[in-house]
Design a protein around this ligand. Structure first.
Ligand code: HEC
Ligand code: HEC
Ligand code: HEC
Ligand code: HEC
Length: 114
């Protein structure tokens, strides 16, 4: 709940700043949450982080698609159980910007994506 509030404030701050740069304020975004948990840029990026990171690191740390399916299977609708097959993590989870509810293009489950 706290994270969601922080995220909301960050988005607000970003829009007020009219920031062209994604890195103006990372507070509350997924990258920042990871760094607060002891990770660094290279936990997700190989070498110097200039370009987008892939999702292999996400899969390695979070137990892959099967691991994520297990972790959230108690929810009423499991966001990690997609009938469209394995959907890449960052279709929903954005590391440096507001995350997206990929399923919302067809459903209204109203997922809060961290
Ligand atoms: C949790 C994993 C993760 C961490 C930690 C992380 N990144 Fe990223 N980064 C990504 C992903 C995934 C993308 C692709 C865009 C997205 O999903 O937000 C990305 C995109 C980027 C981009 C390309 C942005 C663009 O729009 O082209 C840069 C530059 C970058 N990261 C730098 C950094 C730096 C510097 C750090 C450390 C302060 C960092 N990243 C930490 C996962 C991460
Ligand atoms: C080096 C290991 C590592 C990598 C790589 C990594 N994570 Fe994480 N992730 C963690 C840890 C540790 C936490 C904090 C503890 C937890 O919530 O499991 C976390 C937390 C999360 C959370 C929960 C955040 C919250 O607010 O509760 C999400 C979502 C997440 N990671 C997605 C991703 C995605 C997407 C990627 C790839 C872009 C990624 N992770 C890469 C280790 C990793
Ligand atoms: C369709 C959108 C979507 C996709 C794709 C997705 N997630 Fe998630 N993820 C969510 C939602 C929504 C939640 C919040 C679930 C909840 O309400 O507890 C979540 C929660 C998480 C959490 C926190 C779980 C917890 O209970 O601590 C982690 C870690 C995570 N996702 C990692 C991943 C990884 C790794 C991938 C790629 C293999 C991935 N997610 C793909 C939507 C998605
Ligand atoms: C391109 C559109 C589309 C997307 C994107 C999509 N779905 Fe669906 N989904 C459907 C259709 C069509 C049905 C069948 C509806 C029916 O039979 O009533 C369905 C049915 C379902 C059902 C069973 C019926 C229900 O509403 O309870 C679940 C659960 C579900 N989808 C979950 C997801 C999740 C989770 C995601 C995101 C990872 C997702 N869907 C993304 C189109 C989509």
């Amino acid at each position: 709940m706290k994270n969601r509030f922080v995220l909301f404030i960050s988005v607000l701050a970003l829009s007020f700043a009219g920031a062209g740069t994604v890195f103006a304020n990372q507070e509350g975004f997924l990258s920042d949450i990871h760094i607060k948990n002891g990770l660094d840029c290279n936990s997700c990026h190989e070498g110097k982080p200039k370009k987008e990171a892939g999702i292999q690191a996400c899969l390695d740390c979070h137990g892959g698609y099967d691991g994520m399916y297990e972790k959230t299977k108690a929810l009423h609708i499991n966001p990690h159980d997609a009938h469209e097959g394995d959907i890449e993590c960052n279709e929903c989870h954005k590391s440096h910007s507001t995350s997206i509810d990929y399923c919302a293009s067809c459903h209204s489950f109203d997922f809060k994506v961290p």
